[in-house]
Ligand binder design. Sequence first.
Ligand code: GLU
Length: 448
Amino acid sequence: MTTIDEKLQPIYADVLRRNAGETEFLQAVHEVLESLGRVVTKRPEYADNALIERICEPERQIIFRVPWVDDRGDVQINRGFRVQFNSALGPYKGGIRFHPSVNVGIIKFLGFEQTFKNALTGMPIGGGKGGSDFNPRGRSDNEIMRFCQSFMTELYRHLGEYTDVPAGDIGVGAREIGYMFGQYKRITNRYEAGVLTGKGLVYGGSRARKEATGYGAVYFVERMLGANKQAFAGKRAVVSGSGNVAVYTIEKITEFGGKVIACSDSNGYIVDEDGIDLELLKDIKEVRRERISEYARRKTGTHYIEQGSVWDVPCDVAMPSATQNELTGKDAATLIRNGVIAVGEGANMPSTPDAIRNFQEAGVLFAPGKAANAGGVATSALEMQQNASRDSWTFDQTEARLADIMRNIHDNCAATAEEYGVPNDYVVGANIAGFVRVAEAMNAFGVI
Ligand code: GLU
């Protein structure tokens, strides 16, 4: 197993002591520190003034009570979080996740990853993440609205277009952003469009924001395949998940001439050898908010499977686009046995460390989430630009910017990996390229 360089081991020991039990956060820090050994060997000044220690410690962590009243009139209590991780490059920026699994360790891992991801975009955005252990599943529209209003009633005092700019993530889409923006506007009496991204088009949203994470991941993987004389055209792909990232990943792969034959939700997966019917998928997921099993019920010749894993389906390209640690070492071994050539992470940290090691040892091209899924947040930064100039761009103009950003991220990661002696190692490339940009800015500010 790759290990952390001797010089950085005391830093990890300290992170471990201070964040005991926060498994996902420790996993994310471990992976970055594994890569940084190469940097401090070449550029020892990056270890001066406890720079790396400071990068591993969030600037601010906010935890709050979210009380709300359900449709039966009962009072419910959830816990809200916002981790403002790093503001060296711009206001804290990152999504809000509503999911029962949310805890401080998960929000910290996401905020930590976001810092490097946002740096890779080249845009002026720092890193942050928020959320709640609220479970939106089965909740009525009115319950969602009351929850979002209560959440924002506490969070608003920590936000601002120059301070902290949340967006969506798992369980938070345009509907939730609308309720939160409305409450922010009402409390502050300010029409501050740039305080949230992922907004609806009529009140300051950006075209292509909804599609951006999925499209961006596919642009990244297409570029990575291209650098290795391959392309999506004619390839079989499997995409896990069926949320916003998955749907638009499937759409773009299909546009590039690939065929997506399987996708999933947390209960099971569907296989459609003809290639997933996007209109049907969007109707099930975006309009009706139903489970993926509906797909097989509505289209004959397709299958819904609850046993095993979506990664049992043979494919050339795998795009894990559901959630953290969804693709294990065993899944990676199955994919490799079935001939996978490339993996692109649409979700945040979906592959376990074992899985990544298996892919890299087998020579499978592996695009880590903090590079491959940066298209969502990059387009959020484009939304902030449009808001700041009170402008609104066309879909094509916005998508062209997104495609350009993703190709640049790819090329930057590839060049950095090469520079540090590990060509094609996009994990090292992304971690180092992201780190260097944050580190340069932090160094300029002195010890803060
Ligand atoms: N939640 C998304 C991410 O993981 C988007 C964040 C944003 O647009 O601010 O990058």
